[in-house]
Ligand binder design. Structure first.
Ligand code: MN
Length: 245
């Protein structure tokens, strides 16, 4: 039997300074690729496309899905005007990823959202975001870490004891890395919050009574090489994806 194929959504960037100027490239960080392979899956990069039928065909071709990290989600997609602290947005990627999440929801493909991934999943299912964590009353923790090593742990997270996440991690309090300045505001229907930081920022969500859909606000792919509990998130996705074969 073949191994489960895990699609990883790509970002796009105008890559200057190469031999061919003006080229737009689709890419994903190799940390996602390595984490999926280490967890027993087959990593497959999914480049953004505009055609909904092609996006849907991409989702049909995979067994599980990682919505990867990246730039801010365009606030117009959840009914807000852009505020001063909004960062870079990539509307082509936003529109593509909304197609992908909706196709994955319909086809019941297991899905893991990471950082921007938890946010776009929440928006695709009908939720909203804070454009910057400074909008959150009581938000006192620095959520964009400033460490010399990207794999360094930063703030603590409390996990709901009865959650799927607690089962995966085997712990109810962990330290995570943190590279985000946006966060979930209104939770999408059907989801529950299963982890939060001490200042009340939502750090993980799960879809209830459905196939496996879980989002985390931190970056487990950067930690999976050395941390068995962070690798376990990818192993859970691969295991859920195996049921699709
Ligand atoms: Mn955080």
């Amino acid at each position: 039997m073949r191994k489960p194929v895990i699609g990883i959504t790509c970002n796009t960037v105008l890559a200057e300074g190469t031999m061919l100027p003006g080229m737009v490239r689709a890419f994903a960080s190799t940390d996602y690729i390595h984490a999926v392979a280490k967890a027993g899956g087959v990593p497959l990069l999914l480049p953004p496309v505009a055609d909904p039928a092609i996006a849907r065909s991409q989702v049909i071709a995979i067994d599980g899905l990682i919505m990867s990290g990246g730039p801010d989600v365009d606030p117009l997609l959840y009914g807000e005007e852009p505020l001063e602290k909004l960062g870079v947005v990539n509307l082509c990627r936003d529109e593509y990823e909304l197609l992908v999440v909706k196709a994955a929801a319909e086809l019941k493909k297991p899905m893991l959202g990471i950082c921007r991934g938890i946010q776009i999943i929440n928006v695709a299912y009908g939720g909203t975001l804070y454009q910057d964590v400074s909008q959150i009353t009581g938000c006192s923790i620095k959520h964009f870490q400033t460490t010399a090593q990207r794999e360094a742990l930063w703030h603590t997270v409390s996990i709901e004891p009865q959650s799927v996440l607690a089962t995966i991690l085997g712990q109810q309090a962990i330290r995570v890395n943190s590279y985000h300045h946006q966060a979930i505001k209104n939770l999408a229907p059907g989801f529950i919050v299963t982890a939060g930081s001490k200042d009340g920022v939502i750090e993980a969500i799960e879809l209830q009574n459905e196939h496996f859909v879980l989002g985390v606000q931190w970056h487990p792919e950067m930690l999976a090489e050395k941390s068995p509990s962070m690798l376990a998130l990818f192993e859970k996705l691969v295991k859920a994806a195996a049921t699709q074969i």
